[in-house]
Design a protein around this ligand. Structure first.
Ligand code: ATP
Ligand code: MG
Length: 219
């Protein structure tokens, strides 16, 4: 799947959530294709928790997963989007949500998931933002409490999408990949080096994660 750089219209570009604001655009159509492909994979399995990973930083993971979640939520499914990137969390900014509660409140202070998530105006999409940023992200995100959080979320939602930091630069992403049912790899055209792409594949395989597909960001 290739996200075309000529789309969307200038206004939508500013606003980021193209799939919500401009559902008839070409780019929203591309997200629907990704959504359909994921659905084919999940139809025959109980897989619900997916991580979007890329080898490096700034390759477009957060903007892509936000749009994918918004696209999925328009189909009446209960979607939870989790910002597990405590290194540089941005989902609260994209969805214009407060970030005073989130993952860190659950993992450090045992706040229940229901109290830590933020509702959005997009279908049944909830976002679990990072919460107040912490000093030891690898330890927090890699902990068994994070695995418990995902197990709880599975009972409440039809699909859980997880945003995380670069898989090559930060070890917690590998642990997260292991906790998730599947991993979607994202590469940025003309930025992600082939060597880094294959290294990312290798570390994810070492983490026994199931790679279900890849997205090329053509921005
Ligand atoms: N396809 C795209 N269309 C519009 N903007 C994009 C696209 N891809 C990336 N960007 C922009 O590039 C910047 C980096 O994207 P983003 O934050 O999604 O990357 P990331 O991989 O999540 O970064 P990090 O590794 O720091 O978490 C953002 O300003 C984002 O809006
Ligand atoms: Mg990001």
């Amino acid at each position: 799947m290739i996200l075309n750089k000529k789309q969307p219209a200038a206004n939508a570009k500013k606003r980021n959530l193209v799939t919500y604001l401009y559902p008839d655009s070409f780019i929203s159509d591309q997200f629907r294709t990704i959504r359909t492909n994921i659905r084919f994979i999940t139809e025959t399995s109980n897989n619900k928790v997916f991580l979007l990973a890329s080898p490096g930083t700034g390759e477009g993971k957060s903007i892509t997963i936000a749009n994918l979640a918004a696209s999925m939520a328009q189909q009446k499914e209960r979607i939870l989007l989790i910002d597990a990137n405590l290194r540089s969390p941005v989902l609260h900014t994209i969805f214009k949500l407060p970030n005073s509660k989130g993952i860190t409140n659950i993992l450090k202070h045992r706040v229940p998931l229901k109290e830590a998530v933020s509702r959005t105006e997009i279908g049944k999409l909830d976002v679990l933002t990072s919460g107040p940023v912490s000093f030891n992200p690898a330890e927090i995100i890699g902990s068994e409490l994070m695995q418990d959080l995902l197990k709880t979320a599975v009972k409440e939602y039809d699909m859980i999408l997880v945003d995380a930091p670069s898989v090559l630069e930060f070890t917690e992403t590998r642990v997260l990949a292991h906790y998730c049912d599947g991993v979607i790899l994202l590469f940025k055209r003309a930025k992600t080096e082939l060597e880094k792409a294959s290294e990312a594949l290798r570390v994810l395989e070492l983490a026994h994660s199931k790679i279900i597909g890849a997205i090329i960001n053509d921005k």
